[in-house]
Write a protein that binds this ligand. Structure first.
Ligand code: NAD
Length: 326
């Protein structure tokens, strides 16, 4: 039976104080749901929830989801986003990342099953590893180094998917797996090491933009509001996925640097550094499944999304405090 997304329901959002989670909590409140955010603030921030501080239908439960947790009252949706997500974060928190993907996912699944709720989980394009197929469709099984440094994230997410599929198969859990590709937008941390915040920070500070490797590696950047609409479309369906949620405008890292420098109104200066280990060479989703099963596609053009991000950045971070690079 499809639960759907309806006014008056309650959603539990793990990782709701993070970049994507905080936007999702706001959109769910706008749709008339009550939201319980479960977060240990390891990579998220209370400030991300400022807009919800006085909202009666919003509750923050400070808890580590790798420990069993419960939520009072009816729960109609569990959205499991808790996990370090940027390479700097998961490389600094390798064991925590594996635990939140394994024990954390099982605790979130148990909560959903206990309440008969729909469970939607954020997996990642990283499960495709360094892909040998382009663009990546959901039928591609990936090319992951299981013992490399990035494996703590990639394999945690692959386990997350396996566990979610097993809960659906053996317990009849109502589950949906979203494979998110690179998202960007307001509330990214300036020190999280991902390409957009790093370049914006450096461009606004008049520093050279630091590029790992040749800059020919590609990314497809999806504005966070589009990502959140994709997650909500999956919550609103009974589709099990996996479904790619991402933008299809594949760009080289060098082109992203050029676009950000142009929008910031600065001359592009670059500094090249050693390539990151096991960094994927190409990244671009096939989003046919999302189009046909969820009626979803990204809508915010890159120039518009970057403009909004730059505006937010300037109003949030003082210019004289830029950090130094990826
Ligand atoms: P984020 O780091 O901003 O948010 C993650 C949140 O999870 C943080 O608030 C953090 O405090 C919380 N968290 C981490 N471990 C926890 C634990 N053990 N218990 C409770 N809370 C915990 O990251 P994000 O960019 O918002 O990513 C959200 C989700 O989307 C992640 O699962 C990530 O893997 C996935 N994802 C993100 C992207 C992207 O481009 N941002 C791409 C693919 C997948």
């Amino acid at each position: 039976m499809t639960i759907g997304l309806k006014k008056g329901q309650r959603a539990v959002v793990t990782g709701g104080a993070g970049f994507i989670g905080s936007h999702l909590c706001e959109r769910l409140i706008e749709r008339g749901l009550s939201v319980t955010c479960v977060d240990n603030l390891s990579t998220g921030r209370i400030a991300n929830l400022d807009a919800l501080a006085d909202e009666e239908r919003f509750t923050l439960l400070r808890a580590d989801v790798t420990e069993p947790f419960s939520v009072e009252g009816p729960v109609h949706h569990v959205v499991h986003l808790a996990s370090p997500a940027s390479p700097l974060d998961y490389l600094a928190l390798p064991l925590e990342t594996l635990r939140v993907g394994s024990a954390g996912t099982e605790n979130a699944l148990r909560l959903a099953v206990a309440h008969g709720a729909r469970f939607v989980v954020a997996s990642t394009s990283e499960i495709y590893g360094d892909p040998a197929e382009h663009p990546q469709s959901e039928s591609y099984w990936g090319n992951v180094n299981p013992i490399g440094p990035r494996s703590v994230y990639d394999e945690a997410k692959r386990f997350t998917e396996a566990l979610t599929a097993a809960y659906a198969r053996t317990l009849g859990a109502d589950t949906g797996i979203a494979r998110l590709f690179n998202s960007y937008g307001p509330r990214m941390r300036r020190d999280d090491g991902r390409v957009v915040p790093t370049f914006i920070d450096q461009a606004l500070a008049g520093l050279p933009l630091t590029i790992n490797g040749s800059g020919a590696q590609t990314r497809s950047l999806c504005y966070v509001e589009d990502t959140v609409r994709g997650l909500m479309a999956l919550m609103d369906s009974s589709f099990p996925g996996p479904v790619n949620i991402g933008a299809t405008g594949e760009m080289t890292v060098r082109q992203i640097a050029e676009a950000i420098a142009a929008l910031a109104g600065v001359e592009l200066r670059t500094e090249f550094r050693a390539p990151a280990e096991d960094e994927p060479g190409r990244r671009c989703p096939d989003i046919e499944t999302a189009r046909t099963k969820l009626g979803w596609k990204p809508e915010v053009p890159l120039a518009e999304g970057l403009k909004r991000t730059l505006l937010w950045w300037e109003s949030t971070y003082p210019r004289d405090m830029a950090h130094d690079g990826v």
